[in-house]
Each structure stands twice: as C-alpha cells, then as structure tokens.
Design a protein around this ligand. Structure first.
Ligand code: DQA
Length: 145
C-alpha cells in the first residue's frame, strides 16, 4: 500500500510559525513521526511539501496510477484552491484532508474547504496526530474496499 502525504504552504515553517496555533514541534519532527507510523503500519509513504499551488497540482496528478491513497494538508490553499480540488477529483485517489489546528474555531475565511469536497474525511484540530489518524483511516479503507 502506497500513501502520498502532501503538505502545502508554510507547513515547512512548523516550529517557528505561530507556535500557539501549530505547536512547537518542527516540520522535521512531523516527517520523522510519519515515517515511523508508516514503518509500524507496514505502509510505504512518500512525503511532499510545496509552497506553490501548481506544484501541489502537479504532484497530485503524478500520483495517478502510483499511489493508493493521499493524505493532504493544503494549508492556506484549502480555502482558495479550486485547482487542488479539481486535481484530487481528476485522479480519484481516496484522500483524507488534515488540519493541524481546529479551523472551525478560527476566522470565517477558514471555514470553507475546497479540497475537502474531494476527500473521504477531514481531520482537524488534533495536531500532528491528525496525520497518523488519516494514515490509519486510509489503511483501513483501502484494505476493506
Ligand atoms: C492549516 C489551517 C489553514 O487555515 C492554514 O492556512 C494553514 C494550516 C492547519 O493545518 O491547521 O496553513 O491547514
């Protein structure tokens, strides 16, 4: 089973960026955590981060025929990007949306998720553990489909 984990803009700044919202753990900590989860669960994962919308679209397109599932935190593009929504719909790979913070309790502009419309599930407000839960959800979904 192969899962692609995609992170959008500014997620590479974890640990530095707004620690009161996103915590003090770094992006490197997140990458290491998910590599550990994948090893424990016997899943192959690839991790990708970009600050550029088109690069995220390219990566989703390239996943077609190569990955069984996608975990995606589109970050700020969550709330603006029809292109990422359309890419997820185009490849039809089961996807789970993750947000580290509880977007529901934040600004009104964070209440809309375009990418989420193409995702089987959204996990928000659980910090880094949300990614682990997304991987476990996809594993279960893919094994039982
Ligand atoms: C985020 C929430 C978004 O609103 C924000 O733009 C981010 C991170 C989260 O993980 O909580 O960059 O996706």
């Amino acid at each position: 089973m192969k899962i692609l984990v995609i992170n959008g803009p500014n997620i590479n700044m974890l640990g530095i960026r707004e620690p009161d919202v996103y915590g003090k753990n770094t992006f490197a900590d997140l990458l290491a955590l998910l590599d550990r989860v994948a090893a424990e669960e016997n899943i192959q994962i690839e991790q990708y981060q970009s600050n550029h919308e088109g690069c995220l679209v390219d990566k989703i397109q390239e996943a077609y025929g190569r990955f069984d599932g996608i975990v995606i935190n589109p970050a700020a593009y969550t709330h603006t990007s029809v292109a990422i929504l359309d890419a997820l719909k185009a490849v039809s790979i089961p996807a789970v949306e993750v947000h580290i913070s509880d977007v529901d309790s934040r600004e009104a502009f964070r209440q809309i998720s375009y990418a989420g419309l193409a995702c089987k599930k959204t996990i928000k407000g659980l910090g880094f553990d949300g990614y682990r839960q997304a991987i476990l959800y996809l594993k279960d979904f893919l094994q039982n489909k």
